[in-house]
Design a protein. Structure first.
Length: 293
């Protein structure tokens, strides 16, 4: 079972795919190229939005607006006019840091991670940003703040700090947004590559992109067992998200950054957006809910 090319991008650091059901399109970013992409599988059209800073995350707010996490803060991008409204500063005075993965929880809060540009150990933070747009540091001393997902019952939060090779499970209070560490749900063997971006399916299983591992793998957060492997023809697999009309297609982002000419000759599909039809369905992404419009 292998994915095919959804769009032949040559992303330096493709990341953060998210399906927009109303628009019937998949969004993702190229962090280093400061670009947001929107691709419609039906029309095969690609729209590119250029941004002023490195961009780590895109989440949906409405049919015609998305929230992007840029180096220095969060902004609202109006898709019809491409107007960008700055919403909140985030580590603006730490120019050596940038945003990485981010996702919204079931209540519409944005959870946004940061990391050092050179991956300095312990330089990152995971912030929770509620509708009041006040960033609340939730986890600190992170190195590469990465994949996130919420259990289907909304009682648990799964989180990856890549260099730990673990998926941590936290008890999650939906009313307050507070988290309490419960257990290490999954331990990744280092030979499988660094765990990167993550999503959850309708059976509550976690799909994890493995940087350096040529794969997306399905893990059980209950038993920690590896359930399935999807081989990707690119070493640097960054993230994944369910999409399509029935949420049964898995979109996969990859990267080319740091690869030599010889590497790129060997793995020319690096940096592409891939897709594969899956037997299990995903769940719809949560949207950002703001009182500040």
């Amino acid at each position: 079972m292998k994915p095919t090319t959804a769009y032949p991008a040559q992303n330096q650091l493709g990341e953060g795919p998210i399906w927009h059901a109303e628009r019937g399109s998949i969004f993702w970013v190229d962090i280093l190229e400061k670009k947001l992409f929107e691709f419609s599988p039906t029309t095969q059209k690609l729209q590119t939005y250029s941004l002023p800073e490195r961009v780590g995350t895109v989440v949906i707010e409405s049919k015609n607006a998305v929230i992007v996490a840029l180096q220095g803060g969060l902004a609202r991008l109006h898709l019809d006019t491409e107007r960008l409204d700055w919403l909140v500063d985030l580590e603006k005075n730490t120019p050596t840091n940038r945003p990485n993965d981010g996702k919204c929880d079931p209540q519409g809060r944005l959870w946004q991670g940061t990391m050092d540009l050179a991956c300095k150990t312990g330089a990152g933070t995971l912030y929770c940003i509620d509708s009041d747009l006040v960033p609340k540091p939730t986890l600190t001393n992170l190195s590469i703040s990465n994949g996130m997902a919420w259990s289907l019952d909304g009682q648990r939060f799964y989180f990856i700090d890549s260099p730990t090779f673990q998926i941590n499970c936290y008890l999650f209070d939906g009313q307050t947004g507070n988290i309490v560490f419960e257990k290490i749900a999954v331990t990744i063997p280092p030979e499988m590559g660094l765990p990167d971006g993550m999503t959850i399916d309708a059976e509550g299983m976690l799909w994890v992109a493995h940087w350096g591992g040529f794969a997306v793998r399905r893990w059980s957060p209950e038993t920690g067992q590896l359930l399935e492997t999807i081989e990707v023809p690119a070493p640097q697999v960054t993230s994944c998200a369910f999409g399509g009309e029935n949420l049964d297609q898995l979109f996969i982002t990859t990267a080319r950054v740091g690869m030599s000419e010889a590497d790129l000759e060997k793995y020319p599909e690096s940096g592409r957006l891939f897709v594969i039809k899956i037997m299990v369905k995903g769940v719809e992404s949560f949207r950002f809910v703001s009182t500040q419009y």
